[in-house]
Design a binder for this molecule. Structure first.
Ligand SMILES: *Cc1c(COP(=O)(O)O)cnc(C)c1O
Length: 394
């Protein structure tokens, strides 16, 4: 057998995540591994907690990275807050809301689904109706930024409704964190999870989470043990909890934490507001180019995510062939449609370090060339001038 070292091809990542990881973060990842209970590592953990509090705009003491991907962050929130028999209202407007339902049911809870069309934001009126019809509901769960459709919902309004009906909130901010405002304290969200590989442009595999005082109270007063040993916050707190003597729970992914620390530092140096503005500005330029080509967005302007641009595939165009050519000829990855939108949309990510001017022009140029070559019904040559005009004015 003949095995060789793996050298990945160089790609530009403009899909729904992972996004491009900047060299600075990759360099941090390669620093020497130390013990996960080494005093130097414990200092790093405290720093990461403080940086995550800044990123999530919260003073919650229980703010930390879970040593597993965004999906584990989701699971951590559900297994800790939902007990057998609990009723949970899940607002669904895309793929990830469906996973929330799965989580509720696997916790032994009862999911009450509030459906909105894919591509729309969650309708607060429908949530209010569900809250009125289910006065025994204990939790409201929703996705802030639906990566499957590119729609953003009004987390502040949804959380206020939940609070008024005595429900805790579980909020998915995997795609929003670092790209659009996430204000955990101001919006009074209770259990919030995110991921590292979207707008933070870190390596995949870690899930920042934060829990409010109310959520912590609920966790501490559960009648049933959390069914997941690994994700039981009561146990994890002994490892990550501040002040307390650190006890072994699991071996943290030490080098991945170096990378997360560096990624948080980069956002802190840029400033959150500036990062949000950059995502917005670059979206406007990409949009100008795509629309000049004749490609339409599926989400209405008011609810569109700047970091995830879901656009309709032009009529008669072979979805897979276009993405294959972009990858082979331009080393460019864009996202396919998920679930109900498979084959109908492309998802072009401008997340974190991928949200750069050269990526906008590179993507528009590549898409324009490939589509024109395939005889697609688009205005060839129109995209770049339109985007450049917007960039010049910015
Ligand atoms: C990517 C994503 C997840 C899952 O994160 P993984 O790191 O892939 O497990 C969850 N929710 C949303 C909205 C996402 O975009």
């Amino acid at each position: 057998m003949d095995f060789r070292a793996f050298h990945p091809p160089l790609r530009t990542l403009m899909g729904p995540g992972p996004s491009d990881v900047p060299p600075r973060i990759l360099e941090a990842l390669g620093r020497p591994t130390i013990g996960h209970l080494d005093p130097a590592f414990i200092e790093l953990m405290d720093d990461v907690k403080r940086l995550l509090q800044y990123l999530m705009q919260t003073e919650n003491a229980l703010t930390m990275p879970i040593s597993a991907p965004g999906s584990a962050g989701m699971e951590a929130c559900f297994v800790n807050l939902v007990e057998p028999g609990d009723k949970v209202i899940v607002c669904q407007n895309g793929v990830f809301g469906g996973r929330m339902k799965e989580n509720v049911e696997r916790c032994g809870g009862v999911a009450v689904m509030v459906q909105d069309p894919w591509g729309s934001a969650i309708d607060p009126q429908k949530l209010e109706d569900a809250l009125l019809a289910n006065p025994d509901a204990k939790v409201v769960a929703f996705v802030h930024a639906e990566t499957s459709t590119g729609a953003q919902s009004d987390a502040a309004t949804l959380a206020e409704l939940a609070r008024r009906h005595d429900c805790l909130t579980i909020v998915d901010t995997v795609t929003s964190l670092g790209g659009t405002p996430v204000r955990v304290d101001e919006w009074q969200l209770d259990a919030v999870y995110s991921g590292t590989q979207k707008c933070l442009s870190c390596v995949p595999g870690i899930a920042p989470v934060t829990f409010s005082e109310r959520a912590q109270h609920r966790i501490k007063n559960r009648t049933h043990k959390v069914q997941s040993w690994f994700l039981d916050m009561n146990l994890i707190m002994g490892y990550w909890g501040q002040g307390a003597k650190r006890a072994y729970h699991h071996t943290a992914p030490v080098n991945a934490m170096y990378a997360l620390h560096e990624a948080c530092l980069m956002v802190h140096e840029e400033g959150l507001e500036n990062a949000w503005a950059r995502h917005r500005r670059n979206h406007v330029a990409l949009r100008a180019g795509l629309e000049a080509m004749g490609i339409a967005f599926i989400v209405d302007e008011a609810h569109r995510l700047p970091q995830l641009n879901a656009v309709r595939i032009p009529d008669g165009v072979d979805d897979a062939a276009v993405r294959r050519r972009l990858l082979q000829e331009h080393h460019l990855e864009i996202g396919a449609g998920l679930g109900d939108l498979a084959g109908k949309v492309w998802r072009i990510g401008l997340m974190g370090y991928s949200s750069r001017i050269e990526n906008i022009t590179g993507c528009l140029g590549a898409l324009d060339g490939v589509l024109a070559d395939m005889g697609a019904p688009v205005a060839a040559g129109a995209a770049l001038p339109a985007a450049e005009k917007v960039l010049a004015a910015a």
